[in-house]
Design a protein around this ligand. Structure first.
Ligand SMILES: [Zn+2]
Ligand SMILES: [Zn+2]
Ligand SMILES: [Zn+2]
Ligand SMILES: [Zn+2]
Length: 484
């Protein structure tokens, strides 16, 4: 069992044995600071949550092994595998300030697909997670590793240095713990956001929040006047700045919905304990710039409360400024919105979205799900596009649409669908080389055609959405759709 879950189970077990009325007391609390403070007052929370450095370090021996393996692949003209081995070897090699870092063999670059990514800009890229805040990963064929660990990799010294001062310096020695603890991508994302935002900024931010609240309470009329003055309607809209712009600053991120009012008390308590666990990592990693044991209790409470409120669902945040009234291309929901660690729901809170309500299989399982049930995709009517129940039956080739009466040639539609899926995968092969300009419009056309042909859930529809999302990631969400 993952470290954090074991820890949490132990704390809950202790609580059940003691006479403490956890749920009713905890439920009365209204702020994250109160919840953290409450949790910290529980003796087992205090004594169990201890963190020690844990990370993948360097190893000269492993580096040599990987390089020799790469040479072998190179000899067999398997350039992609060779490049991968060389890159892994570079990551493992101990840092030597006197040597310029080895980069993979020059003539490899042309043949590679540039699979490695620079971890700078990516919120939790270094643990292999897919989602990112600033979607602008530069793809590199020969990554530059962190000087201390063999996990983080960058495209340049510039990015490596920047990442170190912005967040990696605090996280480096705890990445192994974070990855194996079971806090998941969401936990790491919360940690990274708070880490990058910085303690002093959070202190200031908290002060402005308190000011706003006290103004609302003490001078409600003036507050309302200010908010409604001129045509600045957007001042009522949380997350926008004074110019009515939704930016990628902390204010926008902070105001993303985290559905805390919909969460069950047990879930809230878990998040509180997780916030304390993440706090200990920041504390020991040097986030506060003083030794861990010297961090004042009020500072701990403040940071932990932000660590708790940053545990959100998956939200995209603007990589560029967005103004009121701007037209946005928003990813259709639940294309790939699946958190593996959540197991059997599509969302990380109770919700009535179609995938949850109809209990769709998870994205990673959709294609296999059809195969397992020995079914074909369920098709739509070629005339009125309503769903054709029964069309997933392999032996059925003709049927009438119940809605409009149109006779259907199921086999023809299945063949069309197959050729679209083929095209999607051809384009995915192009996207991984970083070429988006032609593949993105083609993928969007595929999605539109599939939309008319097949009923969801259909795994390849989601694969196509995922590929489109990757394209937007590569162009940093700045793609302007041309009319087709
Ligand atoms: Zn970079
Ligand atoms: Zn590192
Ligand atoms: Zn849902
Ligand atoms: Zn019809």
């Amino acid at each position: 069992m993952a470290y954090f879950q074991a820890l949490f189970d132990r704390i809950c077990g202790d609580l059940q044995r003691s006479t403490q009325e956890m749920s009713s007391d905890f439920l009365q609390l209204s702020t994250n600071q109160q919840r953290v403070s409450y949790a910290l007052s529980i003796p087992s929370v205090h004594s169990y949550i201890k963190v020690k450095p844990m990370f993948k370090g360097k190893s000269a021996m492993e580096a040599t092994k990987l390089r020799e393996f790469g040479n072998k692949m190179f000899g067999q003209k398997d350039y992609d595998s060779a490049l991968q081995m060389y890159s892994e070897s570079v990551l493992k090699a101990p840092f030597d300030p006197n040597i310029n870092h080895p980069v993979a063999h020059g003539n490899m670059n042309g043949s590679s697909h540039g699979r490695a990514q620079c971890d700078k800009n990516d919120v939790t890229a270094d643990d292999g997670n897919e989602f990112s805040l600033a979607l602008a990963n530069r793809r590199v064929s020969a990554p530059l590793p962190c000087q201390k660990c063999s996990t983080a990799r960058y495209c340049s010294h510039e990015c490596a240095d920047l990442a170190w001062t912005q967040y990696h310096g605090v996280e480096c020695q705890y990445l192994g713990l974070i990855h194996s603890s079971g806090v998941g991508g969401m936990g790491h994302l919360a940690l990274r956001l708070v880490n990058r935002t910085g303690f002093h900024f959070l202190q200031e931010f908290e002060r402005t929040l308190e000011d706003k609240i006290s103004r609302k309470v003490n001078e409600p009329q003036k507050d309302a006047q200010d908010r409604n003055s001129g045509n600045t309607d957007y001042k009522n809209f949380p997350g926008l700045n004074d110019e009515g712009v939704y930016t990628n600053d902390y204010n926008s991120v902070y105001n993303l919905e985290n559905h805390s009012s919909e969460r069950k008390p047990s879930d809230l308590f878990r998040r509180t304990v997780m916030a304390i666990f993440l706090l200990r990592i920041l504390q020991n990693g040097g986030f506060f710039r003083v030794p861990a044991e010297e961090v004042a209790e009020e500072d701990q409470l403040l940071v932990a409360s932000y660590l708790q409120s940053e545990q959100r669902g998956r939200h995209a945040v603007a990589a560029q400024d967005i103004r009121v009234g701007d037209v946005l291309i928003v990813e259709k929901p639940y294309g790939s919105v699946v958190l593996p660690e959540q197991g059997d729901t599509h969302c990380d809170y109770c919700c009535s979205c179609q995938p949850c309500a109809e209990n769709w299989p998870l994205f990673y399982d959709m294609v296999q799900d059809l195969q397992r049930r020995n079914k074909l995709p369920k098709l739509k009517c070629r005339q009125c596009f309503s769903v054709l129940p029964g069309s997933e039956d392999k032996v059925l080739n003709k049927m009438k649409c119940a809605a409009c009466g149109e006779e259907q040639e199921l086999q023809v539609q299945r063949t069309q669908l197959d050729s679209i899926v083929d095209e999607v995968f051809t384009k995915v092969g192009v996207v991984v080389t970083g070429e988006v300009e032609s593949s993105l419009p083609a993928l969007e056309r595929c999605l539109e055609r599939m939309e008319k042909l097949v009923a969801r859930p259909y795994g390849y529809y989601d694969s196509c959405q995922e590929a489109i999302k990757q394209c937007y990631g590569i162009v940093g969400n700045c793609y302007e759709r041309t009319t087709s």
